[in-house]
Every structure is written in structure tokens, then in C-alpha cells.
Design a protein around this ligand. Structure first.
Ligand code: PBG
Length: 334
């Protein structure tokens, strides 16, 4: 008889993976519909939802279809909707963003009217959707993004959004001092309960490509004077700590999937909730590979979002929020 020299393992981690029930029991990370926020686009003047070429399954809503979709998200238990406006007219100062009748403010009012209280209403507070040059701020006479002049416009935008019924303002412009400036403007005007979520560690990323399609924004130049260098890890944490010190109610890391180390750093250090944004390019990559039959779509969607939660995100913005919430409710996912 052949006697093996290999000792029999005493410790067998596989024991915990033997059945679906056992795996479910020991799962360390579970998604819940309330963890998820659905980003949504609304186009001024649209009578019908318009498809977005580089984001199959995502549309630019009309105000009517936005209301219905927000109600559907609330029904599914999704934690929030993050609204982005697509204006018909853009100018150098991004006036449609501060106009109370601008498309984003109309959208916030429509959603707050439809489902306010049942789901959190969130608005993007940034100028790139509204400027003709596509930058997140206003420009000085040399064409550079003028930080402090932009803060003045952000303050005005914040008041318009809060007055429209937004519960959470998503500060995505990466200007220095934006959290303190917006908090101050809100408090001064009596909007003490309007929350500020700072896109603190927002990287200058190629993964925002499809988003530019979605908001029909053409950018002159790039955003590297205000968004972070993809190689900088420590700086992501620094930005988050600054926003917390300035009074942010939540901080965000964006994109999510390629920045899980930054997310873990921020989650370890933060005393406020930490959010992550699974951005348009992350969505498009999985959808495109799945269309070719190169990847199992449902599994990849779930895995990509679970990984973001595992790394430390409390809340995740994802274009799959509604789909995942529905799958979770049906019990398709453990
Ligand atoms: C700025 C903003 C952007 C995104 C969210 N807020 C664009 C940018 O900074 O270039 C991108 C989100 C995505 O790609 O899904 N308003």
C-alpha cells in the first residue's frame, strides 16, 4: 500500500463553503437596496426618454419619465437618486445651474414632489453640465479655472437646489474650500438640514467618458488642475479629511473600482459616512463585455458592487442601483 507523506489538513476553510446556506451564513458583505443610490439624467425639453449610446440601459429622462423612474426606485427601496441636468443652453458662467427654473432645479422639485420623504433627493452641485466650455468652474481672463470665483457660483447653486427640495447636495467640482463655502451659504439662508456630500477624492479619470455623452458636455482641455492624479493615494485621504473638517456630512471616493485602496484608507479614517461612485465607464465596460458574451453580466454587476462595499463604502452610487435592488428583493442575491 502506498502511504502518502502529505499530512491531512486539520484546518479546512472550505468547510464554510460547502453549501449555499453555509456560504450565506458566513458572508462578510451584504448589499441592501438602501445602500444604493441611482444616478439619473434629465434633459431639458425632452418629451420622451432618450437613450445614451455609450451607456446601454441608461436614458436621459423627460421630467415625466424622471418622476416615474424615481417612484420606481423608491418602491424598490433604493436609498436615493442623484440628479444630473442636461440644459439646452450653456454659457460661460453656467447660469442654468443657478436659475431656479433651470432643468436640474425643476427636476429636484419634480422628484421631491413625487417621492420626497420616501427616498433621498440628491443633486449634482457642479458647473460642468452648465458651462459652454465644460469646466467645473468659471474661468479667469487667462482661461484658468478660477477657484474662488467658482465658490460664489456654488453658493448660489446650493441655495437654488436646497430651495428646490434637494436633501443632499453632491459637491463634485473639486474646488478648494467648496464644502465650507456651501455649508456657510446654506446655514446663512436657514437650510441647516440640507446635507452636503463632498466628492472628496475625485480623480481625473478616463472612466467618466460615457458621462460626457450623457450630459452632452464637450470639454476644452482637461480637469487635471482640480481633479486628483490617479497615482496619488495619500492625497485622496487628505482631501477627505479636509472636507470632514469643513463640515461634510459624507465624503466620497470616485471612481470606485480602480480606487478601492483609497476607499479603504478613507473608510478607516472617516468619522462620517463614506460613499463611492461606480462611474459611467465602469458601467459601460461591463455592459459592453456582456454584450459580446465575454462576461457573465449578472455576476459581474453584483461582484463589482460587492467589492466596493467590501472595501469600505457605506453607500454606492451605481447605474445598476434599481436592477440590484430588485434582484435583492426577489432574493436572487444572498
Ligand atoms: C461632475 C461630475 C462628473 C461625474 C459626476 N459628476 C463628470 C466629471 O467630473 O467629469 C461623472 C460620473 C460618471 O462618469 O458616471 N458634474
Amino acid at each position: 500500500m502506498l502511504v502518502s507523506d502529505t499530512p491531512r489538513p486539520v484546518i479546512r476553510p472550505r468547510r464554510l463553503r460547502t453549501s449555499p446556506a453555509m456560504r450565506r451564513l458566513v458572508a462578510e458583505t451584504r448589499l441592501h437596496p438602501a445602500d444604493l443610490v441611482l444616478p439619473m439624467f434629465v434633459r431639458e425639453g425632452a418629451a420622451e426618454p432618450q437613450p445614451i449610446g455609450s451607456m446601454p440601459g441608461v436614458v436621459q429622462h423627460s421630467l415625466d419619465s424622471l418622476r416615474r423612474a424615481a417612484a420606481e426606485a423608491a418602491e424598490a427601496g433604493v436609498g436615493g437618486v442623484m440628479l444630473f441636468g442636461v440644459p439646452l443652453v450653456r454659457d460661460a458662467r453656467g447660469s442654468a445651474g443657478t436659475d431656479p427654473e433651470g432643468i436640474l432645479n425643476l427636476a429636484a422639485r419634480a422628484v421631491a414632489d413625487e417621492v420626497g420623504g420616501a427616498i433621498s433627493v440628491q443633486t449634482d452641485l457642479c458647473l460642468d453640465e452648465f458651462t459652454d466650455h465644460g469646466h467645473c468652474g468659471v474661468l479667469d481672463e487667462l482661461g484658468r479655472v478660477d477657484n474662488d470665483a467658482t465658490l460664489e457660483v456654488y453658493r448660489e447653486m446650493a441655495l437654488a437646489q436646497a430651495a428646490s427640495g434637494a436633501d443632499v447636495l453632491g459637491l463634485s467640482g473639486m474646488m478648494d474650500g467648496q464644502t465650507a463655502a456651501v455649508r456657510d451659504a446654506l446655514d446663512e439662508a436657514g437650510f441647516v438640514d440640507t446635507a452636503v456630500m463632498a466628492y472628496s477624492a475625485k480623480y481625473a479619470s478616463a472612466y467618466y467618458g460615457p458621462f460626457r455623452d450623457a450630459v452632452e458636455s464637450a470639454l476644452e482641455g482637461d480637469r487635471r488642475t482640480y481633479q486628483l492624479d490617479p497615482g496619488n493615494r495619500r492625497e485622496g485621504l487628505r482631501e477627505a479629511l479636509l472636507d470632514i473638517a469643513e463640515g461634510a456630512d459624507a465624503v466620497m471616493v470616485k471612481p470606485a473600482g480602480s480606487y478601492l485602496d483609497v476607499l479603504a484608507d478613507v473608510a478607516a479614517a472617516s468619522e462620517v459616512p463614506v460613499w463611492a461612485y461606480q462611474v459611467s465607464g465602469e458601467y459601460a465596460m461591463i455592459e459592453a463585455a456582456a454584450m459580446h458574451g465575454w462576461i457573465d453580466r449578472e455576476r459581474a454587476v453584483h461582484e463589482s458592487v460587492v467589492a466596493i462595499k467590501r472595501a469600505g463604502a457605506d453607500t454606492i452610487l451605481t447605474y445598476w442601483a434599481l436592477e440590484l435592488a430588485n434582484r435583492l428583493r426577489k432574493g436572487d442575491l444572498a
